[in-house]
Design a protein around this ligand. Structure first.
Ligand code: AMP
Length: 219
């Protein structure tokens, strides 16, 4: 089972992918999370990636493809995975296709998360992330019980550098230019299932459960 969550930043891909991990046990491969972990660990790869991330730009394809290739070799990914935030360009999608073909495998389904830019800006600018465990909150839609403190681990909540207003606009324009062509790419491949991701997380979850029935994904 190989599932792609495709959508702009702030469309809820990560939140829904985490729920699938909990309920189905499928590992979530988030390139954004991997890059942030690499930055936190002080690795050279992370330091290089940070310069792109802070500007709201995409990290070069070869770096990202290398990361995913390594991660998919891990034992927990042997029976499939959810790709969250990858691929983000046509060359990344092509590299993924080739990588899977070498293993006689292919993508089962691509869920395309649709949300208006106006809602995305509101979601991203209010997003707060735990600096310790990565749990995500929102100042308006899902505030922490105690301001700036993570409900889950007590860590301090921060605003990601790339969730700041000036970077958000850049990330959205990068999405429209470089990532949205993947909608057509996967539509042509008959893998795409579009969903309205503007509703509440629970409603979107129900939509995902329905969408998965349209894919050749084991339930
Ligand atoms: P995310 O957490 O998915 O929003 O990713 C945060 C940032 O990491 C993005 O704005 C990019 O700079 C970088 N990034 C994550 N995934 C990719 C990818 N597949 N290709 C290129 N850059 C990526």
């Amino acid at each position: 089972m190989i599932l792609i969550f495709l959508g702009p930043p702030g469309s809820g891909k990560g939140t829904q992918a985490k729920r699938l991990v909990t309920e189905k046990g499928w590992p979530q491969l988030s390139t954004g999370d991997m890059l942030r972990a690499s930055i936190k660990a002080g690795e050279t790869l992370g330091q290089k990636a940070k310069t792109y991330m802070d500007r709201g730009e995409l990290v070069p394809d070869d770096v990202i493809v290398g990361l995913i290739e390594e991660r998919t070799k891990a034992k927990d990914a042997a029976n499939g995975f959810i790709l969250d935030g990858f691929p983000r360009t046509i060359p990344q999608a092509e590299a993924l296709k080739k990588m899977l073909e070498r293993k006689n495998s292919s993508v089962n389904c691509v869920l395309s998360f649709n949300v208006s830019d106006r809602d995305l800006v509101e979601r991203l600018s209010g997003r707060r992330t735990c600096s310790k465990c990565g749990e995500v909150f929102h100042v308006k839609f899902s505030p922490a019980k105690k301001a700036d403190v993570c409900d889950k681990c007590g860590g301090s909540l921060i605003q990601r550098d790339d969730d700041k207003a000036e970077v958000i606009q850049k990330r959205l324009s990068v999405y429209h230019q470089q990532t949205s062509p993947l909608v057509e790419y996967y539509e042509k491949a008959k893998k795409l299932v579009a969903l309205d991701a503007s509703a509440s997380p629970d409603k979107v979850w129900d939509t995902i459960m329905d969408a998965l029935k349209k894919c050749s994904v084991p339930s």
